[in-house]
Design a protein around this ligand. Structure first.
Ligand code: ITT
Length: 184
């Protein structure tokens, strides 16, 4: 059985649900690891994976997610966790008052498979809403409206969010790889 290393229960719920739908059960290792700072989500995800290599036995994956707001030149990007803990959703809404509101989420999954590391990413474009709405999900979900939708991610249930979210797209690429390499 493959292990998902994350301290974030919301991520585990979304990913394990999607994988179960495809007949794959995963183990949760609730480890908080030091995240290397940097500007590139692929690089951060890869370095975190290399970093915890010796601490987790067997094949495992982790993921790093960033929220990039166009009018803020990509802020908070990979510093999403810090921004969430400091200014929060209300602070983000204040920063965007009176401005254009496009943004995207990017998730990069890094999988350790034997002695190789593979990456699977997912991106969803959208806009930051005018107000917080909804109570599902976590983090920035109450302020993010995916392109083509009229509700925030927090107004959707887990299955709806997975259908087109950054994480849903990335995990379906991982699932395809696991199925093709018979690693489930
Ligand atoms: P890990 O242990 O997996 O690293 P984390 O919460 O530290 O968990 P990240 O650094 O990847 O994860 O995520 C940064 C923050 O971005 C996270 O704490 C949330 O506040 C926010 N975030 C990530 N994915 C999100 C999503 O799908 N919807 C809304 N906010 C999200």
């Amino acid at each position: 059985m493959i292990t998902f290393v994350t301290s974030n229960e919301g991520k585990f719920m979304e990913i394990s649900h999607e994988m179960r739908q495809h007949g794959i059960e995963i183990r949760w290792e609730k480890v908080e690891y030091d995240e290397i700072q940097g500007n590139d989500t692929h690089e951060i995800s890869l370095r975190s994976c290399n970093d915890i290599m010796g601490k987790v036995t067997g094949d495992f994956f982790l993921e790093d997610t960033g929220l990039y707001c166009t009018p803020l030149n990509g802020f908070p990007g990979p510093y999403a966790k810090y921004a969430q803990h400091t200014i929060g959703n209300r602070g983000l809404l204040r920063l965007l008052e009176g401005s254009e509101r496009s943004a995207y989420f990017l998730t990069v999954i890094s999988l350790r498979h034997g002695n190789r590391v593979l990456q699977f990413d997912g991106k969803v474009n959208g806009t930051i809403s005018e107000n917080e709405k909804g109570s599902n999900g976590f983090g920035f979900d109450p302020v993010f409206i995916p392109e083509g939708q009229d509700r925030t991610l927090a107004e959707m249930n887990l299955q709806e969010k997975n259908a087109f979210s950054h994480r849903g797209i990335a995990v379906r690429k991982l699932i395809r790889y696991l199925q093709e390499s018979n690693l489930k």
